[in-house]
Design a protein around this ligand. Sequence first.
Ligand SMILES: *[C@@H]1O[C@H](CO)[C@@H](O)[C@H](O)[C@H]1NC(C)=O
Ligand SMILES: *[C@@H]1O[C@H](CO)[C@@H](O)[C@H](O)[C@H]1NC(C)=O
Ligand SMILES: *[C@@H]1O[C@H](CO)[C@@H](O)[C@H](O)[C@H]1NC(C)=O
Ligand SMILES: *[C@@H]1O[C@H](CO)[C@@H](O)[C@H](O)[C@H]1NC(C)=O
Ligand SMILES: *[C@@H]1O[C@H](CO)[C@@H](O)[C@H](O)[C@H]1NC(C)=O
Length: 409
Amino acid sequence: MATVVLLLALIALSIHGTTGKRGAPDGLVAASPAAPGVFDVTTFGVKHKDKVTEDETNSLNGLALGRAWNAACQSNSPGGVARLVIPKGQYEVGPALFHGPCNSSVTVDIQGTLTPNPNGSIYPESYWLLFEDVAGVTITGTGTIDGQGQPYEYCKTRPDCSGNPNIKIFNSSNVLIEGPLNSINPTFAHIHISYSRNVTVRNMKMTAPENSLRTDGVQIALSEHITITNSTISTGTDCVNIVHGSKDVTITDVNCGPGSGISIGSYYTLMDIGTSISTSLDVEGVLVKRCNFIRTTNGLTIKTLLGAQGNKVSAVTFEDLVMDHDTSPQVPAKINDIHFKNIKGTSTTRDLVNFACSPVVPCEGVEIADVDLVFDEKAILGAALPVVPPATCLNVKPIFNGKHDGINC
Ligand SMILES: *[C@@H]1O[C@H](CO)[C@@H](O)[C@H](O)[C@H]1NC(C)=O
Ligand SMILES: *[C@@H]1O[C@H](CO)[C@@H](O)[C@H](O)[C@H]1NC(C)=O
Ligand SMILES: *[C@@H]1O[C@H](CO)[C@@H](O)[C@H](O)[C@H]1NC(C)=O
Ligand SMILES: *[C@@H]1O[C@H](CO)[C@@H](O)[C@H](O)[C@H]1NC(C)=O
Ligand SMILES: *[C@@H]1O[C@H](CO)[C@@H](O)[C@H](O)[C@H]1NC(C)=O
């Protein structure tokens, strides 16, 4: 079949009905820095994979990494900056805790490859590499964090596939996660951010097999001022998953897909979260700009619960996006103040625009501007002529601005 270009935006808004704490590993500082402010983890007992002997379980490597971190973190390094170096080589590490607060801000320079222990039971606290209570850390390097996650087909029959993010950021601030560091095949998300503020993910490449399970790129909850920029996120599921209590999230220049796209909102309630947090669970202020969606199943998704328990999603702008062979999203939502601007692309679905909002809680303040949709049925049906795609606009009165070809509601 000839290559056919379908230009369309994937927009669907609809309504559904109702639907820990640990201590830092202390221990002795095993070595002094090689140079002022430089801490080589191998001098703290972190061993290459081929050097780990039978009686040195891999959680020792995780503990040694924690010791090296503590030394860097506690140091009063020149200029207030310490460098924690993980040299080239393969390191299999158990749970490693990077705990603050620190005296120096630390740059974690990963030059080697980190892999987890294949025995999932040595991670009882749901983390592999956890940054907790840290104000000021950069995680970067030329190396790789390889979660060694398995594709869905494998995991279906293996309960030990339930996993941990490659990097977990908890209760931290001023965090930079920067390429060329690679994150591959996590057993959960690549990066999980919660209870944190001012976290930037930049120039990163995150990959996982298309058929993997729960390998979101970046998951954000209960956090604010989060930026994801100039990154490629090709995973099985969401590129970015912005859930309850996220505020001020900016996603720019990201290549997203294959996977399910960018998802905003969640069905969680305070009861689900099981904690007495004072912050609201609403999602407020998301900008998705200059991103490409390549073979994503949902494109852009907004979802919340209905009713009193539902969290609001508001002030969301999708701008200058290109969709390439995406399929239609399903989007239950209680939303307002949502903008779609300058969106074009290709798709394999006919239902290009699907606003199915509730009569009780209509979607409000939805703007559609310069959304250029051309549907060429040839790709699907072999027909020759482009047709205008059907659109559903239930209980929503979008404000149209500029060009909006192909949306006829
Ligand atoms: C880190 O700073 C604290 C507070 O200033 C100080 O008590 C502590 O000794 C410092 N740690 C080191 C290793 O210098
Ligand atoms: C996995 O780790 C657990 C806890 O440390 C241990 O009891 C179990 O024997 C390990 N399993 C294997 C296959 O090594
Ligand atoms: C968050 O970190 C700060 C130190 O930066 C600490 O005082 C506070 O207890 C931590 N909160 C939680 C929930 O761990
Ligand atoms: C945010 O974090 C970055 C480090 O990633 C830091 O340079 C910057 O000063 C922080 N911004 C604020 C407002 O604290
Ligand atoms: C974007 O990221 C790539 C690596 O993925 C890097 O080579 C490039 O310099 C970055 N661009 C900018 C403007 O930082």
